[in-house]
Design a binder for this molecule. Structure first.
Ligand SMILES: [Zn+2]
Length: 136
């Protein structure tokens, strides 16, 4: 190996070492950036996990409240009204949806809401029944 060959080898190796050093520095920078990102995502995940737990608990409490609120009420599909098993009265479904309990009046052909004026027909009740007066 001549002197010039030695120089060339030295220059190449030095060049390679510089490039290698730069690449390692770049990789380290990327690694640091990724570490920061991982920590941020871990923190965000913890927050989301905690929030999810709180929301699940809220849903559970609300579902329990809802089942209690609806407990005495049974929806009557034939008339579209709610029947309260506690007092035996029918309630307006439209008003109940707005958390307003309105007992229905017995109308001429079905049930009538004194609050919102909704009318609920009762298919089991003949149309003339409420109008006809028994004379007998
Ligand atoms: Zn109503």
């Amino acid at each position: 190996m001549g002197l010039l060959d030695g120089f060339e080898k030295l220059i190449n190796e030095h060049g390679s070492a510089v490039i290698l050093k730069e690449r390692i520095a770049l990789a380290n920078d990327k690694y640091s950036a990724l570490e920061v990102e991982v920590n941020a995502l871990r923190s965000e995940n913890e927050t989301l996990h905690r929030d999810n737990g709180k929301l699940k608990e809220t849903v559970r409490v609300l579902e329990e409240k809802l089942s209690h609120n609806n407990a005495p009420f049974k929806f009557d599909e034939k008339t579209g009204t709610f029947i309260n098993s506690a007092d035996g009265l029918r309630y307006c479904a439209k008003c109940k949806a707005k958390n307003n309990l309105s007992p229905l009046k017995n109308g001429s052909y079905g049930w009538e809401c004194p609050v919102c004026d909704s009318k609920f027909s009762d298919p089991e009740r003949p149309r003339s029944m409420g109008v006809r007066v028994s004379r007998g």
